[in-house]
Design a protein around this ligand. Sequence first.
Ligand SMILES: NC(=O)C1=CN([C@@H]2O[C@H](COP(=O)(O)OP(=O)(O)OC[C@H]3O[C@@H](n4cnc5c(N)ncnc54)[C@H](O)[C@@H]3O)[C@@H](O)[C@H]2O)[C@H](O)CC1
Ligand SMILES: [K+]
Length: 510
Amino acid sequence: MKILTAKQTKELDAYTIEQDAISSINLMERASVAFTNWFLRKGFSQNNRKRPVFVFCGLGNNGGDGLAIARLLLGNQYEVTTCVVRYAETTSADFDQNYERLKKKHPIIEATEETHLPDIPANAVVIDALFGSGLNRTIEGIAAQAVKKMNRSGATLIAVDIASGLLPDSLSSGVIVRANYTISFELPKLALLLPHNDKFVGSWEAVSIGLNQTFIDDAPTSNYYVNTAFAQKIFKPRSKFSHKGSFGHALMIAGSEGKMGAAVMAVHGGLRAGAGLLTVHLPTRGYNVLQTALPEAMVSLDAHAQYVSNFPSIDDKKYSAIGIGPGLGKHSNTLRCLTKLLEKAQQPMVIDADAINLIAENQDKLLTNVPEYSIFTPHPKEFERLVGRTSTDYARLRTLKAFCQKHRVYVLLKGAHSALATPKGEVYFNSTGNPGMATAGTGDVLTGIITGLLSQRYTPFEAAALGMYVHGLAGDFAAKAEGQYSLMASDIINYMGIAFKTLENNANHE
Ligand SMILES: NC(=O)C1=CN([C@@H]2O[C@H](COP(=O)(O)OP(=O)(O)OC[C@H]3O[C@@H](n4cnc5c(N)ncnc54)[C@H](O)[C@@H]3O)[C@@H](O)[C@H]2O)[C@H](O)CC1
Ligand SMILES: [K+]
């Protein structure tokens, strides 16, 4: 799914009106109906009574949506208080039409100064329709006072399209609505996916309003959203005649004294992701642990007991994918081993954890030897070690894209909505996952999954995108069953089967 800019969204809106024989007022009605349907599904009742609804409207089309939504909710027997915040003289034509329609049957509060703003009880549901994608500067005056009042109310705040004050695709400042929910029209906006905006976005959903698909398909963008449909397209179901040789042989180089569990997690992830064969290379002291935990894996033993200091021959292309990093440690011999491996390796690798840290600490020597199209899987701290500090989410995205373009690698920056950047400078944001997954070992599982997929001849991009999606989906299933608090990395492994099965089932029904 594509993520478009505010400017493109406006063009998309206009194109749909022109091409699809729908008037802008009817498109507004569609958007308002889509919002209201979502609202009605949620219900927003307390003790079997509908909670009071307060709608705050601006003067543009976002405000027009608010007026239409107020009308639709009145029709569904909600008790609605509507307030138009008169921060300027001019109003949009579609705002005017919806204003007249609503005013005929419902009183509208006009707020030109703070004392006019209605008091909001804490049990209310507030619909924020002050500004949408047309916002182009910080909010001031009576509109800012309205935002502050909403934020102070303790009520549930729902943003129409986007929280007022939040710019869709650039850095925002000033007062911003702290929404609990955001209902974005048609496509997600970049701002919804960035960590620092979480408090303004809440949980969000994109609802379809039937905007023109040809325009969307043709629109240039470098930002994408990896949803189920996207992952489904990448997923390859197995054919009847496949055998374990069809799914490659993965090599995982991992583990050090006290961190052998990381190797176990990674290997487990790789096997559950369907690697035909998997050899793990690890320090001798990890042998019993590994073979006991995972008899399905083969083991290549290092020359050293406590850390990795060498690696098995990769000359004969025996391994269709190599992953390195989980629990590796940063011993000087391990650094020497990684240096040699990078010199030798001809194929893209999956590079995680201490392998990233070692590369970060020895950039001049190591970075140029990383095989093209390798996949780095850093968490934000590891990424910072690699590229330095960045001051905002937008600056970090720019740095991420530039790093991938310069070194011709993929970087999967982990977090809520993990961001997979490509050598072309595109970014693919993940749709799956939950805060329960911020716990020990989940990154090792991800490295294993991606290595396992890479070994089955998914391209590096496909392996990374599908891997991050399935990892998050398994985490979501695990959280549903076990709750987010107690979720452990091994739960993700346990739910990987169900995650893959959803893709298998859908593929079979196509
Ligand atoms: N995208 C779609 O296909 C549809 C979108 N709809 C809704 O329309 C809004 C966008 O509406 P627009 O009139 O362009 O802008 P806003 O309502 O967000 O803002 C109004 C107006 O206010 C001016 N302005 C901007 N920033 C400020 C500020 N800080 N202070 C004062 N005034 C400001 C500016 O001139 C804006 O134009 C979209 O979000 C959807 O909710 C349609 O209903 C359906 C299709
Ligand atoms: K809004």
